[in-house]
Design a protein around this ligand. Structure first.
Ligand SMILES: Cc1cc2nc3c(=O)[nH]c(=O)nc-3n(C[C@H](O)[C@H](O)[C@H](O)COP(=O)(O)O)c2cc1C
Length: 314
């Protein structure tokens, strides 16, 4: 569809550079990938795994925006400088992570209600850095009105965009998205808003476009992993899969498998990693439940290979 920008929403453990490259090689439709968040643990050091994920040589030909999760201006400024040195000009701020270990420390969705702290951090970041700031947030942690106090604060800054995942933190990933509350956010801000949450089919995407005609940036997380064809089908405005669907899918699978086989230590880790992808992949396949069961049962690479031959019908 024309004028539609599709963004790959980050999933820690799934959408790292290996997935992004494999996806980009065989599928289309995604304009920009957000990398999973960088988090510093008290020290001003970026872990090697985060660094690998962002190195330009690992992201050739991809449009990538790095992300940070923090509630500290010094950390923000440190990571801003770090990603700028790597050649990025934008840093996305995560105020959406819902897990208690994060929210109890006033980070992720736990920070949304602290408008004053957000103000202080944005103030320092905009005074002390020329990085472009964008945000990704839920509507609150305890309730969807928390964001009402935060939006006027965000209004003061030249934030590039705010992607809103239309849930609250307390929900984790359960329950539905709250589209009325999302509409209320649109009513309460002049910032550029992107929509995020539960776009899993072309039909669902079309419904959302109808409901929110002013939105032209759509962020898709789990839907892209569950169905890697989704973004290109949205762009082509079709619900038809290509004829060689399973062949293309296999290429993605095999590329990921080969990458992880090379970089993970031991069969067990490799099979666990592939199973985590199959939890999503299986959702877009007709006999997905059966496939997932078989993948779970495969306790060796040779057993797993046999399941794959079966799935991909070779
Ligand atoms: C396993 C997992 C890891 C995630 N990691 C991140 C992350 O690093 N940064 C982030 O902003 N959101 C993260 N998210 C949230 C997703 O990006 C997205 O906002 C959420 O799943 C809703 O969108 P969706 O329904 O299209 O998946 C994660 C979600 C899941 C399920």
């Amino acid at each position: 569809m024309k004028n539609t920008v599709l963004l790959s929403s980050p999933l820690q453990g799934f959408t790292d550079f290996r997935f992004r490259n494999a996806f980009h090689q065989y599928f289309g439709g995604i304009d920009t990938f957000y990398s999973p968040y960088i988090r510093l643990n008290g020290k001003m050091v970026v872990k090697p795994a985060y660094e690998r994920d962002l190195l330009p040589k690992n992201n050739v030909g991809l449009e990538v925006i790095p992300q940070i999760m923090t509630n500290d201006a010094d950390e923000f400024l440190f990571v801003a400088k770090y990603v700028q040195d790597l050649g990025y000009n934008e840093l996305n701020w995560n105020l959406g992570c819902p897990y208690p270990m994060v929210t109890n420390r006033g980070m992720g969705a736990g920070l949304i209600q602290d408008a004053e702290r957000i103000d202080d951090i944005l103030n320092r970041v905009h005074n002390e850095s020329d990085i472009i700031v964008s945000m990704k947030m839920r509507m609150g942690h305890e309730n969807s009105e928390e964001i009402w106090k935060t939006l006027p604060v965000l209004e003061k800054y030249p934030i590039k965009n705010i992607a809103i995942h239309a849930r609250i933190g307390k929900q984790l990933y359960k329950g539905g998205v709250d589209l009325d509350a999302f509409q209320e956010c649109l009513n309460r801000t002049n910032q550029k808003i992107y929509y995020n949450g539960d776009i899993t089919t072309v039909k669902r995407y079309r419904e959302m476009v109808e409901r929110f005609p002013t939105i032209d940036h759509w962020m898709i997380g789990r839907g892209i992993i569950a169905d890697p064809f989704l973004a290109q089908m949205i762009k082509e405005d079709t619900e038809e899969y290509p004829e060689d669907r399973m062949e293309i899918f296999r290429k993605l699978h095999d590329t990921l498998f080969a990458e992880f086989e090379q970089h993970l230590s031991g069969e067990k880790h490799l099979l666990m990693k592939m199973l985590s992808y199959w939890e999503y992949f299986s959702q877009s396949l007709e006999d997905g439940r059966k496939v997932l069961k078989k993948v779970k049962k495969a306790k060796s690479v040779s057993a797993y290979d046999r399941v794959m031959d079966d799935v991909f019908d070779y």
